[in-house]
Write a protein that binds this ligand. Sequence first.
Ligand SMILES: [Fe+2]
Length: 496
Amino acid sequence: MVDPDFIRQDFQRRIRKIPAQGMGLSVDVYSPDLFELVNSLRERGLQPGYLEIFKATTTALTKVRQALSDIPLAYHGEGLWITQPDVPASPIFQQDLGEMVMQLNSLQSLWLNHECAIKQMAGYSFGTYLPPLYTPLSAQVVAGNIAMVQQAMDRQSARADGTAPLFLLEMPPLTYFAAGTIPIPDFFRLVTASAPCGLVLDIGHLWTVYRYTAVYRQISLERFVGEFLAEFPLERVVEIHVAGLACHGSAGEPKGGQRLPEWIDAHAAPIPLILFTMLEQVLAHPNLVSLRAVALEVDTKPIEMIVEEYAETVGRFSLLVQQAMARKTSVGRLKETTLPPASVQEPVRQSDRQQLRDDYERYAQIILGQAPITGLEWQEVIMEGSGLTRYRTSYVPHEILHWGGDLEEMFPQACRALAERGVCLAEFVDFWFRSPRPLTHSYDFFLLKIERFFEFVTERAPDMSVSVQQECDLLRLAYAQANEVGESMMEMERTR
Ligand SMILES: [Fe+2]
């Protein structure tokens, strides 16, 4: 049985060792080029307090650590699906975990930030994050998986100061819907009661929670944020993210006086002003007592826009961020954590694991339109029916056909030949999700697309197998080379 006091003290012991970083950026190594970005910032007299680096090759991360020796670094992980009930026994997960620890060591990272989200569940693969099921059982599984990852980091981390990176769990964005039986703040309170992790609060993600739950028709955004923060375990928030939001594809802007825009998480897009108003409200909250850092999340954004936004944000917020980071817990101020249900404190039973496995299988089938929307955790989704419909009929097809590799650009010959035979590419979406498939290697959406498209083409037109195989080989080669070229270009930057 896990004692919540012990968990709280364990977190306190860990957070005390993480120094305040102030304002910084959460970035990708290649997109945009990290060294060009840092140079552009320096030309404007700006030096980020820290950089949080998205997963890349270990070689690339090692070079970043060497080249930017004067900037503290943190790590934004990807592909550890800690929401899933099967991961402790999965050899792929263990392999990914080993790689992640190596990458944390390469960066000498302060923490591991990972979204509480999924791109693969029950044998179905997606291109972008889906939120977890917000249920007590799901929280219990997440907490257990985080504890396992933290133990691996404690055992194998090799930071020069002898400390281990801290697991930070990021509240994910909603892309038009969320399913569950408990409010989102309660879910994170259950997780933090059972795992000594910190949290990342992404302000744009918080906006999507307002937009895609029924609450936005009932209360103002300001009141929503106030009520959310009163329940969310804000005392565990170590980092805040702020990133762009934008409408996806066909979704238009609202006409005057109408509903809120259908924005979703979009790191390349400008940061809407409303997020800075929300940031002020969060920074001023008395329960924000563990804050160490605030980052603009700017992967895939043009460098000029990043520099402008960063300069403005530093000018407006650096004092407020300093004040928030200096805030300490005052006795009696924090909301008393009521003891979580006993089930959350105990190891996950096999029957519960099976239950959650079934829940996630149904989750995948419901959002793909393969199963009826029934069950307690889907009640709000039913009331907000248009959100799930938009996800299924517009967002998912775009993801499979265009996102992370446009099929007509990847396979020009095969797509032409299929069109001549009257095979519509949209059929590939149904093919992709036709049945669950066991996962055989680490998640890589681009490589998955190549593999699945080959199978699709050879099923529809067996005589095309040789030609489509050639296109697949070329794509895999180009992909491997692109990673290597990226690394050698970084080498040239570094030695310039
Ligand atoms: Fe984020």
